[in-house]
Design a protein around this ligand. Structure first.
Ligand code: TGC
Ligand code: FAD
Length: 393
């Protein structure tokens, strides 16, 4: 990949809305991405290899459990800091942000919120330091957008639970040390269980041949009569609202992350357009290219404002699930459109790994699908404003 010359666009001087601490945290993450991620990420994506060497660095910049209290090894930061870290990491690559958001929002968050003190002490510090990597198993072969129908089941055997079923499309699964798994008891109620690598009957085959999110390892979780100790059940919340509560946190991080991708694509395209000469002039001097760039920065700026406000509401514990859905949907769609336009500005070279745009564009095809598809988030907004759920109509 060409040298990382990224300069973050801030058209409306939104830095003024951040504290000195926010800026320090963001700039630390930004420098780390330039130094550690940009030089290796294109090869990792071309070879479809998760770059494990980044795990310790991710832990160091506070990407694992940014908002988890310090007593459990987290960074004890606010929600805007968490968002800014996700923005910077995804500016480097969505697959690396995936690893960080699964670890923070989908593994550490449920253990912190729904676990007991013993579970918090046992797992959170190791997850925060990157010694343990976790994954989150909700989606199944027959249940993606409608997780209420999941078929994975656990049975109370007296001194342990017996877990059976299968999960699909699970980020981090091929190398995760633990999995937070959502399964039904005999009454059909959804509970979270912590399953550890090495438990008999538990396997995690990798899913190959992805054209998207190639730096993130995706796989299955297979439970064939897995004996799960009773102390591994998350006791403090059950029902579908429990996994969906984790998704709120992850979707919020994605809303920020998508801005990072859009900023990178815009910045790359702007620089290229000013340097590339055709018909004796920089292509940035042509109105059609200016239209693309002007629309990009307008959409990025709108998304930055929307997301900063969401961060404020989240810090005040006033952000609703529907507001988070709106931001996730808007920002990922915006980033995908920006990536497609930016790719065109680069002409032929835009399809190569010399620049980050095509990789970002392909990654976003996953991001617009996972954590609730583009259409599901529209239906969530529709339900919120009308009071009528249209998922079955
Ligand atoms: P519904 O009847 O609406 O709700 C059931 C219960 O859940 C509560 N609830 C929520 N709670 C917290 N946060 C939310 N966002 C919530 N949404 C709903 C709700 O209040 C209710 O509670 P209670 O106490 O009344 O029982 O449920 P539904 O079956 O009609 O489904 C609604 C729908 C379609 C919106 C939901 O199922 C959904 O969001 N589907 C999308 C599935 C999804 O996003 N899967 C993501 C899997 S994980 C993933 O993709 C990780 S990618 C990781 C990476 O690499 O970054
Ligand atoms: P489906 O639910 O089958 O949807 C197919 C199409 O139908 C979509 O366009 C959808 O919008 C549409 N549709 C569905 N229902 C409706 C409706 N009611 N109205 C209108 N349209 C509808 N899951 C995890 O649990 N953990 C993970 O770590 C994880 N990581 C992932 C990583 C990657 C790279 C990918 C691609 C997915 C990951 N997922 C993970 C799964 C992801 O959450 C699901 O793919 C997603 O929820 C959609 O489910 P599905 O693929 O089964 O699509």
């Amino acid at each position: 990949m060409a040298q990382d010359l990224f300069q973050a666009p801030d058209y409306y001087l939104l830095d003024d809305l951040l504290t000195e601490e926010h800026k320090l945290i963001r700039d630390t993450a930004r420098s780390w991405v330039k130094r550690e991620v940009s030089p290796i990420i294109e090869d990792a994506a071309q070879n479809a290899k998760f770059p494990k060497q980044l795990l310790k660095g991710l832990a160091k910049i506070g990407a694992f459990g940014s908002y988890i209290p310090i007593e459990y090894g987290g960074a004890g930061l606010d929600q805007i800091s968490y968002g800014l870290i996700m923005q910077e990491i995804e500016r480097g690559d969505s697959g690396i942000r995936s690893t960080a958001s699964v670890q923070s929002s989908l593994v550490m968050y449920p253990i912190w919120k729904y676990g007991n003190e013993q579970q918090r002490q046992k797992y959170l510090p190791k997850l925060a330091s990157g010694e343990f990597i976790g994954c989150f198993g909700l989606t199944e072969p027959n249940h993606g957008s409608n997780p209420s129908g999941i078929e994975t089941k656990f049975k109370d055997m007296g001194d342990h639970y017996l877990l059976n079923g299968a999960k699909l499309w699970i980020s981090n699964s091929p190398f995760a040390d633990i999995a937070v798994v959502w399964a039904k008891n005999k009454e059909g109620r959804i509970h979270g269980l912590i399953v550890e690598r090495g438990m008999e009957g538990f396997s995690t085959p990798e899913t190959h041949h992805k054209w998207s999110l190639r730096t993130s390892a995706t796989g299955e979780l297979i439970f064939d009569n897995v004996k799960v100790p009773k102390e591994n059940l998350l006791p403090n919340k059950n029902g579908l609202g429990a996994p969906l509560g984790c998704l709120d946190s992850a979707r919020y991080g994605i809303a920020w992350g998508a801005i990072g991708v859009a900023m990178d694509c815009y910045d790359t395209a702007l620089r290229y357009a000013k340097e590339r000469i055709q018909f004796g002039k920089p292509i940035a001097s042509f109105q059609l290219q200016q239209k693309k760039l002007a629309e990009m920065i307008t959409e990025i700026t709108k998304a930055q404002l929307l997301t900063w406000r969401l961060g404020v509401l989240k810090n005040e514990e006033r952000a609703t699930s529907a507001q988070i859905s709106m931001a996730k949907r808007n920002n990922v769609d915006m980033a995908l459109k920006v990536a497609r336009e930016a790719r065109q500005i680069l002409g032929a070279i835009g399809i190569t790994g010399d620049y980050s745009i095509m990789r970002h564009m392909m990654n976003l095809e996953s991001v617009i699908t996972y954590e609730g598809t583009h259409d599901i988030h529209l239906l969530i907004t529709g339900m919120d404003i009308t009071g009528i759920a249209a998922f079955n109509s």
